[in-house]
Design a protein around this ligand. Sequence first.
Ligand SMILES: [Zn+2]
Length: 391
Amino acid sequence: MTDGQTLYLVLVLLYFVDCILWVGTRTVLFAAPWCWRWRVAFAGPHLGNTEGSLALTNPLPPLGTVLATYWLPVSLSGEGVCSFRAQALGESRRSAPTKTVLAYGQIQEVGTDGKELLLNGKHFAKCESASQAWALAELIGRAKKASGKKRERVLREFVEARFSLKDAKARLELANRLSGSVRLCGLMFLFYLYIFIPAVVWRTGLERHIIPTAIAMLLSAILISTVFFLAHRQLYPDATSQRLGHVFKMVLCPPAAIRAHDHVVLGALTAFHPLVAAQLVLDKEEAQSLAGTVLRDMACPLPYQLDDPQAAAIVAWHAATERAVAEEFLRQECGLVPDDLLAPPAWDGHGTVYCPRCHGQLRSTRTDCPDCPGVSLLPMPQAEPPAEPGS
Ligand SMILES: [Zn+2]
């Protein structure tokens, strides 16, 4: 292999590494490769651990879009905060029950350290992003200052804001508008770095082009990172350290600048509930399917045991409030009837029981769902009971 081919291979590998994304277990990803329709994705069972898994985003060309939305990592009520939530979509089983609960009177200090939410200077919960940690810290600070019913109103308004379709639509339009120039610069750099330069080097040799190419790469990376910086600052004014981190990475590793567009758009809807992003980008059928999956997980969560009655009350209040707001959103903004989404699935002609959470159908006498540990199976209304063996 020649020096030029080795260098090209290194540049390609650097680019592919930057196409890999970490998807946490509380992340719902919406991805749209170029000219393909949007699809929804969760952390997968492979290439990861209990916290999430790796996913490959659209490698070539970088014309697609990826949006991330998050479940909350904590439950909140007028009483306090608990580092556990009833909803477990994307998780195959409950994580170890190491839950912490604090009443507002016990909270002296609220802060963050990257993705960590800190209460009284100690780790309380790990969020999916630094911006989610900031938002929760700010909410807990406001809830602590309020009292009684006003505190519950503050929390309910936070949940309602996560379901604001109008605000999410405006935010997505702004992100698309601001990221246009970043995407164009990235595409031009992709063409220059991986097609134009290799073609020139192939015809005339590497030696005479290596220094001019290195300078051109650096100047291109500086130009793209400047365009990226301006767009990112307008969308995420408080995310200074995250923004500077991306800029340094692009300048030090120019192929990373091709993916600058991803960093502008990815977090545009993280303040909103996944159902809102689904309504904005998925087609009607897929959005309705996700709505049913989410609502059934709210109505029939994986069973959990909380020995602390205060923690149980906080988790129950939060789950009930979020479900009520979600059902209102589905009725008002999506034209869906929550009871229809919770109804038994269409009979597959074979199953005798079904799972009210995942809608899986089985011809079986077992009592709980194999995919949703602890969730009781219900009889299919139209089905005949399974024949007894030997009959
Ligand atoms: Zn199930």
